[in-house]
Design a protein around this ligand. Sequence first.
Ligand code: MLT
Length: 411
Amino acid sequence: MARINDNYLKLQAGYLFPEISRRISEFTQANPEASVIRLGIGDVTKPLVPAVLKAFHEGVDEMSSGATFHGYGPEQGYDWLSQIIIDKAYKPLGVDLKTSEMFISDGSKCDSSNILDIFDLSNKVAIGDPVYPVYNDTNVMVGRSGQMNDAGYYEGLVYMPCTEENGFNPDFPTEKVDLIYLCFPNNPTGTVATREQLKGWVDYAIGNDAVILFDAAYEAFITDPDIPHSIYEIEGARRCAIEFRSFSKTAGFTGVRCGLTIVPEELLGTTIEGEKYSFNKLWNRRQCTKFNGVSYPVQKAAAAVYSDEGWTQVQEIIDYYMENARVIREGLSAAGIECFGGINAPYIWLKTPEGMTSWDFFDKLLNDCFIVGTPGSGFGPSGEGYFRLSAFGERKNVETAVLRIKEKWGK
Ligand code: MLT
């Protein structure tokens, strides 16, 4: 009989969001009349904007005629899309990239997991705590960890606590690591890193021969003009960082699937013999072997996000979600609930009232207020006592949710 990958058995529970869905469906089956408001998983609620939809349709129509049909595209994505992203999203930041450094993909969740293919298992990995669970779980799945200990940490992984004391910006790891995951604006805490803080990370990575895996999936939600959108705005980052970006939250592509990964040419690792080797070449090799590219209509739709019309429409929706974030943050703060994030990110990280555990608060919020959020402890032990609300809902629902919470816990 074929042996299973036993590393999967080290994962203590199901993936966080399916577990939440399970609890919601249990609740709704028992309470079919309850009007449940979902502010849990960060899934968008607004449809694709007209400019994107038009390009998407055109892309599909082109597939209907032999003259304009597209079969396999480049595994790295079409050059015209990479060039548009470089010109519209990176050049204005003062960041110059080559199209050969950009790899269009089906999303940054997949890329931030798949990237592990090009790193030896012996590499020591540092992740935040709390953290987007994908970074933790995929390292366990590939066998980089031992079992989970009683405190909820996997042996062999290095955790960097993100707490109120350090402003949810982790301190440098206390031991030598080779890979460091950073996510800014942060999921789940909604906090951002300043230019100085990111410079600190880049200097640290260069000084310690480490690679930063920088998840910038939420960069479009930054409202403060001084906060960097890309790690490559920091000098030296091309030598030490890989960046992930996503169209999911920026342009409502959670169900469409498109993201990108930047692997700069200067980023080098070492072979077993100690010779330097390009990660860009390895990632290219990986993608060519395991991935057949994103569909043509989706890439057409992604390009339309950066048209003048598309960007104006997309920005309106981003502003809408950020207004939701303000409503949640200010409403709950007025009710005496301590809130973080929600200014440069679509997530509000709140301290559970009355010292409840995160899951107790989840159950109470669902049972008493019919509201779904995400328990902080689901993102790691340091998330215990916290709770995440997403700003991606409909305004009316967000306002109702805030009212219900105020009625229940307002002081
Ligand atoms: C979240 O809620 O954390 C995100 O939606 C998860 C994701 O982007 O995969």
